[in-house]
Design a binder for this molecule. Structure first.
Ligand SMILES: *Cc1c(COP(=O)(O)O)cnc(C)c1O
Length: 374
């Protein structure tokens, strides 16, 4: 059996090697490494796939900053979000002088508990920032209602959810990241659509807002050497765009492969009492950026699997409201008990597009063995 990886980027590359190698060579031959037609080509293809407007940028963290800047959020503005996420979700907001206001998450979906949002809305609240953690959407319909009632923006952190569908109660289906005012995505190599380096994208329905995002990402430029606003330099380079354009063709196949692996885990692990499986909600598909279980014996299980050559990861071992960097926000241990408990009990199992049946069998067999003997 081949070595089991948490995420097998090389194995995946081999399945598209000729196309990717050619795409890279074409960029080298063109010498248009920055702001080429390749970048626009890719943006257009992604926009078609998502049925929205797309502006590519340097990474997912920048995507969030571009969203906040284009929406003209100001120092002192409050944004409501989850403490159980990657640090980027709040980092740029704090850099811009804004104040993240956390609400706890749901234990079974790991996503923002929409029922807790209304209680923390103040007259300084400007936006709600749901994160579609691990590839499944937060409860957007409830969030949309609140945003409408209090005139708030919705910025979706869809960095882990490219390709995820949101199902509205009336039957409408939309892509994660295209439902709020702005959506943010990352092409970090291990994400659902990963580059061979950094990359990101911002989505917006509104044309004017899209143009503003494009201007902010390009130094606030209006015409050459004429600047209409303060911007930043955030761009996807042509090499990454060329690689992503190839990989985008296979996104559905890759999502299917993740979902099949997840179904296998579900089926084989569901009878182990001491494990809670990731819940599937009726309002979202799940693209399994991660397959994350919960268990009281998390650390012992992780150690046991490690000894058997099975990698696993803890996303996330420490909640944001207790991080030293964010202690000025004034939160304390116990403020968000569900998120805190998750940080002690979650474990993400190997999840990627190249997992083989034999490897999956070996993983679940060892998980079963661990619980039989513990
Ligand atoms: C990956 C990620 C980001 C940031 O993406 P980068 O491209 O690494 O800057 C932001 N939010 C979440 C939830 C992420 O998973």
């Amino acid at each position: 059996m081949q070595t089991i990886h948490m995420c097998d980027l090389y194995g995946q590359y081999l399945t598209m090697k000729d196309e990717i190698d050619t795409a890279i060579q074409d960029v080298i031959k063109s010498t248009h490494f920055i702001k080429s037609g390749k970048v626009l080509d890719f943006e257009e293809k992604l926009a078609t796939y998502l049925k929205t407007n797309v502006v590519s940028c340097g990474n997912g963290t920048d995507a969030l900053q571009l969203a906040f800047m284009a929406l003209e959020l100001q120092p002192g503005d409050e944004i409501i979000t989850t403490p159980f996420t990657f640090v980027s979700t709040v980092e740029t907001a704090v850099l811009m002088g804004m104040k993240p206001v956390f609400v706890d998450v749901c234990a079974d979906t790991y996503n923002l508990n929409a029922d807790l949002i209304e209680a923390v809305i103040t007259d300084k609240t400007k936006a709600i920032l749901p994160v579609h953690l691990f590839g499944q959407c937060a409860d957007l319909e409830k969030i949309l209602t609140l945003a409408g009632k209090y005139s708030l923006f919705i910025v979706e952190d869809a960095c882990q959810a490219l390709g995820t569908d949101f199902y509205f109660e009336d039957g409408t289906v939309k892509n994660a990241g295209t439902i709020g005012d702005v959506g943010c995505n990352s092409f970090f190599p291990s994400k659902n659509l990963g580059a061979f380096g950094d990359g990101g994208a911002v989505y917006a329905k509104d044309e004017q807002l899209t143009n503003k995002i494009r201007s902010v990402a390009n130094h606030g430029m209006k015409a050459k050497y004429e600047y209409e606003r303060i911007g930043m330099n955030s761009r996807l380079d042509s090499m990454q765009a060329a690689i992503l354009e190839v990989k985008l063709k296979y996104i559905e196949k890759h999502i299917k492969a993740r979902q099949n692996a997840a179904l296998f885990y579900d089926e084989k692990l569901k009878n182990i009492d001491e494990i809670d499986l990731p819940l599937r909600v009726k309002y979202s598909s799940h693209t399994f950026h991660q397959y994350t279980i919960r268990t009281e014996k998390r650390d012992a299980l992780q150690k046991y699997l490690g000894e058997k050559g099975i990698p696993s990861m803890v996303y996330y071992p420490k909640v944001l409201h207790l991080q030293a960097a964010y202690k000025n926000l004034g939160y304390q241990k116990g403020d968000f008990p569900v998120a805190e408990k998750l940080s002690e009990t979650v474990l993400s199992l190997p999840m990627h597009t190249e997992l083989q049946a034999e490897q999956l069998e070996y993983i679940v067999k060892n998980i079963e063995a661990f619980y039989e003997n513990s």
